[in-house]
Design a protein around this ligand. Structure first.
Ligand code: FES
Length: 269
């Protein structure tokens, strides 16, 4: 019987050691820590995202800082450079744009692995039995939709460009070019988003996949060789960009709501 066909609590033989009936694994290390951390991290991010998208007043803009959750701002009463595409009666501008980056994150190969393990225990860790008796894979509804990841990547690329533009304009104050803490936070946000986007497995495949002879595609080989080392750290970039985007929105909310000033460091205000 394969490990995937076993139910929870079924004895498992790993490395010649047989687990007891209550033990889905013979592992004696703290294998459950990682799934627990992932559950806490992703739950906190979802809660923060909901709060950011639904809060009223939204407080998403503190000239020249725009929250990444609200970018591109395409609502007609947006105080920023984008829009108007959506009428001003639409109370939740973030909900109009978040669907694209969310689709990209939800279908990311790394996040899939993480939430399959952490939330569904399918399986929770290497050499730990699956919590479900059957494994249905991603070849049928609804998980077959995970395959849209490669297409979601193109939208993510557009968002990386938009967030880079937001980072540049964060240095453009009403009286000229300057720099504040907020400018640097938005700059770091754009860098982390780029690292996450170009280290994507789909991006790496786009550069070096479906090729039999690298010498016939030198540009793609060049790209593949540079993206591969980044791809090794995709998990790190996934978490860095996730935490930082939440922090960026929170900082701009604090400034826009008047709780703290955006401390100016250099140049015009
Ligand atoms: S695999 Fe994670 S973003 Fe593509």
């Amino acid at each position: 019987m394969s490990i995937l066909e076993r139910g929870p609590g079924t004895p498992v033989t790993i490395g010649g050691v047989r687990g007891g009936p209550q033990t889905p694994t013979s592992r004696r290390d703290l294998w459950w820590v990682q799934p627990v951390v992932v559950v806490l991290g992703l739950t906190a991010f979802v809660a923060d995202g909901l709060w950011a998208a639904l809060r009223q007043p939204a407080n998403y803009y503190a000239n020249p800082l725009l929250s990444p959750y609200y970018s591109p701002c395409i609502v007609s009463n947006c105080k920023y450079v984008y829009g108007p595409i959506i009428p001003s009666w639409w109370t939740y501008p973030a909900l109009a744009v978040l669907i694209f980056p969310l689709t990209f994150r939800l279908t990311c190969y790394y996040y899939r692995k993480s939430y399959y393990r952490a939330f569904w225990w399918a399986p929770p860790a290497c050499a730990v039995a699956d919590a479900r008796p059957k494994y249905t894979g991603e070849s049928r509804f609804p998980l077959i939709f995970q395959n849209i990841h490669r297409y979601a990547w193109y939208f993510a690329l557009i968002f990386a460009v938009i967030l880079s533009w937001d980072a540049i304009t964060a240095f453009r104050f009403p009286h000229g070019v300057g720099m504040s803490i907020g400018s640097l936070i938005l700059l770091a946000n754009a860098v982390f988003i780029w690292l996450y986007t170009i280290s994507c497995h789909s991006c790496r495949h786009l550069c070096g996949g479906n090729l039999n002879v690298f010498s016939k595609a030198p540009v793609r080989r060049w790209l593949w060789k540079r993206i591969s080392p980044l791809n090794e750290h995709h998990m790190l970039f996934a978490w860095m960009s996730l935490v930082w985007i939440a922090w960026t929105d929170f900082y701009i909310w604090l400034v826009a709501a008047g709780f703290i000033p955006d401390v100016h460091l250099l140049g015009a205000h």
